[in-house]
Design a protein around this ligand. Structure first.
Ligand SMILES: O=C[C@H](O)COP(=O)(O)O
Length: 256
């Protein structure tokens, strides 16, 4: 997309189901200590629910934001095991990941549920990071735009322009997650530009401001080239976010 770059870089760690009080303690302190030097790149970590209090405590006063990895589509009630957006907001979560491919695959989450989860988060001032991405079979069948377009369209249908202006999108090709296979910067840029164009068909200003992150085997060595692309505004980082040195190096790549 043409135009002056107006978007701050955002690098978010998705710890997935990893961590312990002890391991997190060292990681959070190291990330907090290194984050200030990376500004204006914004760092955040998305931790398993039991560790949100630890994030709240150890990241207080640091520029690092934190969040969760899922939220209920329901506001409250008899939904055993679910966590409501209001609860995340009470802990000070700034972000919540919704629609990660692991949730879509292992928990059969559909586009409509994911859009509702994003709405619940927005209702409580928590920024949803909405994940979209195609499988290898879909890419090889030439269906990438069709798949990510359908996934994003559910958001465009469910959210007002004002709400759309408060989400973050993460493009994560399923075939690149945890596999060591990063999409090339050109492949990722093509999809990011396509997604931004779809948002622009709803509202050009929102599209220009929307942060679209790339996720899938991002490492310190690959981050610079990816983040240098015009429509890639940072990353959603899995494995490499568990080592402070790597996570901070990826954040530093956003400053270039
Ligand atoms: O949410 C993060 C992505 O699933 C990427 O994970 P990864 O960096 O381990 O490939």
């Amino acid at each position: 997309m043409e135009g002056t770059r107006v978007r701050q870089k955002l690098v978010v760690g998705n710890w997935k189901m990893h961590g312990s009080l002890e391991a997190n303690g060292g990681l959070l302190k190291a990330v907090a200590a290194g984050a200030g030097a990376l500004q204006p790149v914004q760092l955040a970590v998305c931790a398993p629910f039991p560790y949100l209090a630890q994030c709240q405590s150890l990241l207080a006063g640091s520029p690092v934001q934190w969040g969760a990895q899922d939220v209920s589509a329901e506001a409250r009630g008899a939904f055993t095991g679910e966590v409501a957006a209001s609860m995340l907001a009470e802990f000070g979560c700034q972000f919540v990941i919704v629609g990660h491919s692991e949730r879509r695959t292992y928990h059969a989450e559909q586009d409509s549920v994911i859009a509702t989860k994003a709405l619940r988060a927005l209702e409580h001032g928590v920024t949803p990071i909405v994940c979209v991405g195609e499988t290898l079979a879909q890419r090889e069948a030439g269906q990438t735009e069709q798949v990510v377009g359908r996934q994003l369209q559910a958001l465009l249908d469910a959210l007002s322009v004002e709400q759309l202006g408060r989400i973050v999108v993460a493009y994560e090709p399923v075939w690149a997650i945890g596999t060591g296979k990063t999409a090339s910067s050109a492949q990722a840029q093509d999809v990011h530009a396509y997604l931004r164009g779809l948002v622009a068909s709803r509202d050009a200003g929102v599209a220009q401001r929307m942060q679209i992150l790339y996720g899938g085997s991002v490492k310190p060595e690959s981050a610079g080239e990816l983040f240098g692309m015009p429509d890639i505004d940072g990353g959603l980082i899995g494995g490499a976010s568990l080592k402070a040195e790597d996570f901070l190096a990826i954040g530093a790549a956003g400053r270039a």
